[in-house]
Design a protein. Structure first.
Length: 298
């Protein structure tokens, strides 16, 4: 088989995306006749029918759907490769879309976005803050920050740091406690973080061999980590919070650790990308800045 003309893949993909030869031509800025001819030649080369016409729109056949799925990835990688080469010695431009969870996004990513925008004024930043794991591809996100433990995924990931989970309380609340070991926690009110998979059950460890699993009493339940912090500061109960969110409060004394000799499971901080071989400069430079900031924090 002769090499496939990539322009024909682009024409074919545009027809499937729009459901119309006319709309595809408008998107591509060429005539409908050219689009139709090039798709017909693609079918001739592949000796396969890729599209069928209905009364309302053009629909892909089964073979067409398969080719479209692969073509989207091929064309995206080609575009990113061109961007990579073109931007190698250029400043980042365009809009950088980032998804991040509420706590890490507010504490770490938002200030870094401001610093990034100041350093690269030709690049805008759009930050999507949500504790829901947004679909990276469906939401056209350039990179997503995942804090915790990653599920298996076809997406590309890069670990840039770790964090600790700390059991804390306000000084006034902690002063009224008589807690000597994890088992004593079961009767103490907890501000449960509903953003976590198991907000009430925690595994404590000490000296690498003593492990205790405790189910705490969820007196208040909140589905956003920064709000859990605020309730904890207001004497609402114990809370398990990530170190990056409460470092300043611990330093200032507005929060204190409870059972500091016992550790909770640590987690990772990951950057998640759409599957692609090349990354635009706006992505690589932001991740570089984030990695440096994370090392400074750690």
């Amino acid at each position: 088989m002769k090499p496939i003309n990539l322009n024909r893949l682009a024409y074919f993909t545009a027809v499937v995306d729009t459901g119309s030869f006319t709309q595809a031509a408008e998107r591509l800025g060429i005539t409908k006749t050219v689009v139709s001819q090039q798709v017909a030649r693609l079918e001739d080369e592949l000796k396969t029918t890729l599209l069928v016409r209905t009364t309302r729109r053009v629909m892909p056949t089964e073979a067409g759907r398969l080719l479209h799925a692969r073509s989207v990835l091929i064309l995206r990688e080609l575009e990113e490769a061109i961007d990579e080469v073109g931007e190698a010695n250029a400043e980042p431009i365009g809009t950088l879309r980032i998804a991040a969870p509420n706590d890490y996004g507010t504490t770490m990513i938002a200030p870094l976005a401001a610093a990034f925008r100041k350093q690269y004024p030709a690049c805008d930043v759009e930050l999507l803050i949500s504790d829901d794991k947004l679909d990276v591809i469906g939401n056209q996100v350039d990179l997503s920050i995942r804090v915790g433990w990653l599920a298996d995924s076809s997406l590309k990931t890069k670990r840039i740091g770790t964090f600790r989970q700390l059991l804390v309380a306000s000084p006034g609340f902690a002063a009224e406690l008589d807690i000597r070991e994890p088992g004593d926690l079961s009767a103490v009110p907890l501000i449960a973080n509903l953003a976590l998979r198991e907000p009430l059950t925690w595994s404590f460890s000490k000296d690498d061999f003593d492990r205790r699993q405790v189910t705490l009493n969820g007196a208040i339940s909140i589905d956003a980590t920064p709000a859990v912090l605020q309730a904890c500061l207001a004497d609402g109960g114990l809370a398990v919070l990530p170190d990056f969110l409460i470092a300043d409060h611990l330093a200032q004394g507005s929060l204190v650790r409870v059972l500091p000799e016992w550790d909770l499971p640590a987690g990772g901080i990951h950057v998640v990308y759409p599957a692609a071989r090349f990354r635009p400069q706006k992505v690589t430079r932001f991740v570089d800045m984030l990695a440096v900031r994370q090392r400074e924090y750690s």
